[in-house]
Design a protein. Sequence first.
Lengths: 480, 480
Amino acid sequence: MNEVEEVSRLLKSEIVVGNLGSSLFADSVSMQGKRVVEINWEAPCGGDEKLYSMLTDMRRAGRKIDEANAKALEMINASHPFIAGIGTAIRDVPGMRENLILHAGPPITWERMCGPMKGAVMGALIYEGKAANEKEAGDLAASGKIEFEPCHHHQTVGPMAGVVSPSMPVWIIENRTHGNRAYCTLNEGLGKVLRYGAYSGEVIERLRYIEKTLARVLGRALMLHGAVDLRALIAQALQMGDEGHNRNKAGTSLLIRELAPSIVQVDASEKEKGGVLDFMHSNDHFFLNLTMPAGKCTLDPVMNIDGCSVLTAMARNGTDFGIRVSGLGERWFTAPAPRVMGLYFTGYGDDDANPDIGDSTICETYGIGGFAMAAAPAIVEFVGGTPADAERFTRAMYDITVGESSNFRIPAMGFRGTPTGIDVLKIVERGIVPAVNTGIAHKEPGIGQVGAGLVEPPMPVFQEAFEALHETFKQSPGSD
Amino acid sequence: MNEVEEVSRLLKSEIVVGNLGSSLFADSVSMQGKRVVEINWEAPCGGDEKLYSMLTDMRRAGRKIDEANAKALEMINASHPFIAGIGTAIRDVPGMRENLILHAGPPITWERMCGPMKGAVMGALIYEGKAANEKEAGDLAASGKIEFEPCHHHQTVGPMAGVVSPSMPVWIIENRTHGNRAYCTLNEGLGKVLRYGAYSGEVIERLRYIEKTLARVLGRALMLHGAVDLRALIAQALQMGDEGHNRNKAGTSLLIRELAPSIVQVDASEKEKGGVLDFMHSNDHFFLNLTMPAGKCTLDPVMNIDGCSVLTAMARNGTDFGIRVSGLGERWFTAPAPRVMGLYFTGYGDDDANPDIGDSTICETYGIGGFAMAAAPAIVEFVGGTPADAERFTRAMYDITVGESSNFRIPAMGFRGTPTGIDVLKIVERGIVPAVNTGIAHKEPGIGQVGAGLVEPPMPVFQEAFEALHETFKQSPGSD
């Protein structure tokens, strides 16, 4: 058939229009009575020509990025975190010192800290015996005598305000594959707790109980038991309705049954040991402070792979949302912390909520949490969604990740591995931000948790990191 | 359009044939080049005219059956089982006596018992000190001095061989709504165990450990703790990957975390208490012996509702498969126990397998187990299926049940209640038998478990009960 015949044949047949992009064109064709097939398509980089041209540059160096990202995924999948024991921040956390307080998220000064973080810092100073009350604690924090640094700079992660002070006990998590460690405090439970910015007498008393009894008994139980395979516990929990961030009921249960036989043998009173088992049993989030450092010790070794566009951290201090990208080392990219879309406890609403806060986004960076939402449909139900929504959340994340977890599998999706290795190139190209589950803190210090929900990280932070990564490609054009 | 025009129009248009029933007709139309739409349809009662005429009779008495079945469903949903404590068969199980041994399934004589049930009986006689070895035990069992009765006749259920002898400790489960109780032994674990027909030294030793230590410590812990809301534990477990029959990992975990704080306080040595927690932790089926009596104490009060076609028991003694129907009281309907379709442990195959055995089908009768398969996709994966298969299993069961559980919900199905209240009328009408999960015992005594899988109960047993129910309708024509 020659070209004329071809056109003539086309004109005789029914014209079906395929529409790519804006639906305006499709609408006008459709109004002329022609069939239109809408093709689900978005312009790459949201139609931003500058970003698209950078993307093209970087894709040209294809093999370099692909190899770097494949290496990152391999390291994440090979990582094998164990619970090695319980220590104390001042003794075990690298770089910890007497006048240092660690906090969640990227670096921030006392002046710029949000209410709940200030509340947690004041509570920590009272707990440490450095201040007698809120007034003294606030003055000391502002005096310049106390230094503030991110948990992330000390192989540590902290949920919500993420405050770690020298006397606090910490889980010691060891990545046996890469030989590094990560640290996290012990979860306090819900309600009025330091990590949500509360610092009343009951909060300080609970912190002392955690130090004097809980950590002592659990630490000794771990010595009797030996290291616990944390990766295996997380993998099982994801097959039992947890996603490892906002739902940790199964993980908490598995930890209790693993440690209970050893807890019984610890040299402590029956009342103390019963109290420890009760404390864990009454807090379904107890396991969160283990999934977080499991993620941290997995992602720390992934930092500084040349040309790698995989995220090694997402973290919020309640004022800024920050990320780190492997190929860009320890540099933070930040934007204002977004609001959380969620449900509130009775008596609270949007006006009470602090913006997004905490290091717990290390879960999503690790390939669990929001990325494993399909494993925990009960969470979306809490915010009014359905199991189908949960699966859609997870499915969308395969579009912005390098690959799949070989450890963490989702029963509802035919035991497919969770989307793992968040790729900043794909985020910018596809215009899809990572899905994150989180709790909501009151914006004022001293109050605590007021709700829970889902949050959309700010796109500009990924675009800025993307541009910085492009800079490194200009400096070293890659292996091709 | 008049009739002639209508026919004329039809003849001009393309003829599409809708085929209902046998595909033979569809095939021949299809061969003539016509389009055939197969409509998924089966003749009611598998095309059996006698059964269909009986069904029509009974459906005519519609309101009576519907009201009776609605009452049964309401009673099942209202039932609220609690773990009340731990007792001993001779002291607590109604009608238990020194020379009595209870067994799984419908009534059976020593002579007709299958290998694993004989093995379990011999083991129980050795455990009770009534025989020194296999030979003595076999002789005593055959002597007529020992009586055998079904667990089901004594408010009791037992997994696999289901053997209960006087000294054995039993869980005491109380249905607080209806005031009745049910009993079950404590789960021994996997491998060489009495319930699978093994009776070697290690088996007897474990039974003594259960009696002397496990039951004593757990019983005291329960006294310190108070009754445990068993329905709440089962409901949570079904949201954590269990179906309550072949998968009980979550239920076992939830039970351990609930009881551990009290176990620590029991007046026993640390070694004993640690051992008890270890014993439970090492056996993910520990919770099965609680879901079973939860079902039994729920279904016992449902017996004897006039005109009710809901099953109150399905049970197998390894020789016969038996059922009971509410409207027919305590009468058993039996047929030969079917083979299990499953996977075998290395070294075993079809030739080693005993036919289906055990009272654990009380789970399905209760609306969990195979009926909640969609909650536990890991089980179908074990036999080579997918999560979609698991959901198909559960969906099919809605066709043969009166309604849905208001207590047990399946996350993967949008938190829909499990299919509950198995209706023998619908089974016969639709030609669908209940889906059952089970373990496989070696056919010879003394060996133990050799695999696990799925089993199809024999249709004749349901047809026979259906016919008997029809008889009662002839005697009392119902409320219309």
